[in-house]
Design a protein around this ligand. Structure first.
Ligand code: PAF
Length: 283
């Protein structure tokens, strides 16, 4: 069956009612489009976990700051729909901004703790926009499972928290970051990079992997691990936005990894105007 494209919330409600009546479980993959292998890996996992897989493709204006790339965010409607279909998606939701935020819209979701620090501090209002649109998508689709990439690890924590706190009954699944052959995390924003920036961008994952290897060899102090990442950023002339070591479960900043602790190293950096993020588990 060809993919069904829905653009209005009324049609989506009708679809959801029919699906629930038919007793089919649904896996949802929310995206902002310009899909890459990271997104399609989520869709394929959805196929394994539910009867039907749906994707949303919506560049959500409320998660962009006034000086961010909302107007230039890359788009490829037809290519995205072809990728969705090939990955087993049967329903795609492509609303316009008015369908999601009709005139008079005034209800926002704020996940207090998980939204603090890291991208939450650097991009004020970002996670409020993410939490609001994801809550709305969960309400419209009523999925049993929803899949997100670990590249946006703080986002994953925010979404897990809102699903739990609001009792939305959805299993929020985080999937490993998909990387290019040289280690760069796949991201729609990689398309902004010039050839030179693309070559330098690999320093982000190189730094994270160097720190991971140092941890395996016994380095546990944050200062030393962070310096390994920063050295790579400096060598590639990547402007640091943040480099931090945090506990994986609480996102609390760490000065040292203690035995048995799961920690994550988080990086955000600028190549020209392009801001890239990445993270890896250590411990
Ligand atoms: O990760 C993204 O692409 C977006 O933040 C999301 C989760 C689709 C919400 O707009």
């Amino acid at each position: 069956m060809p993919i069904r494209v829905i653009s209005s919330t009324a049609e989506l409600h009708e679809y959801t009612r029919g699906r629930l009546r038919a007793g089919q479980s649904l896996a949802l993959v929310p995206t902002m489009g310009f899909l890459h292998d990271g997104h399609t890996s989520l869709m394929r996992e959805g196929v394994r976990r539910a009867d039907v897989v749906a994707a949303s493709i919506f560049v959500n204006p409320t998660q962009f700051g006034p000086k961010e790339d909302l107007s230039t965010y890359p788009k490829d409607r037809d290519g995205d729909l072809a990728k969705c279909e090939a990955a087993g998606v049967s329903v795609a939701f492509l609303p316009d901004a008015h369908a999601v935020y009709p005139p008079g819209f005034q209800t926002y979701v704020n996940v207090e703790k998980a939204s603090q620090g890291l991208c939450g501090d650097r991009r004020p209002g970002h996670f409020r926009g993410v939490a609001t649109v994801v809550t709305k998508l969960f309400t419209l689709f009523r999925p049993e499972v929803a899949l997100f990439g670990e590249k946006d690890f703080q986002q994953l924590c925010v979404i897990r928290a809102l699903a739990k706190d609001l009792d939305l009954g959805v299993d929020v699944v985080g999937m490993p970051t998909v990387r290019e052959a040289d280690g760069l995390a796949k991201s729609s924003r990689n398309s902004y990079l010039s050839a030179d920036e693309r070559q330098r961008a690999v320093a982000i994952s190189r730094g994270l992997f160097a720190a991971q290897a140092a941890f395996v060899s016994g380095t546990t102090r944050a200062e030393s691990l962070l310096e390994l990442v920063r050295a790579q950023l400096r060598a590639a002339a990547i402007r640091e936005d943040y480099v931090e070591l945090r506990d994986e479960a609480t996102l609390e900043p760490l000065v040292q990894i203690v035995a048995g602790q799961r920690a994550r190293l988080f990086v955000a950096g600028f190549l020209g105007k392009t801001r890239l993020i990445d993270n890896v588990r250590v411990g």
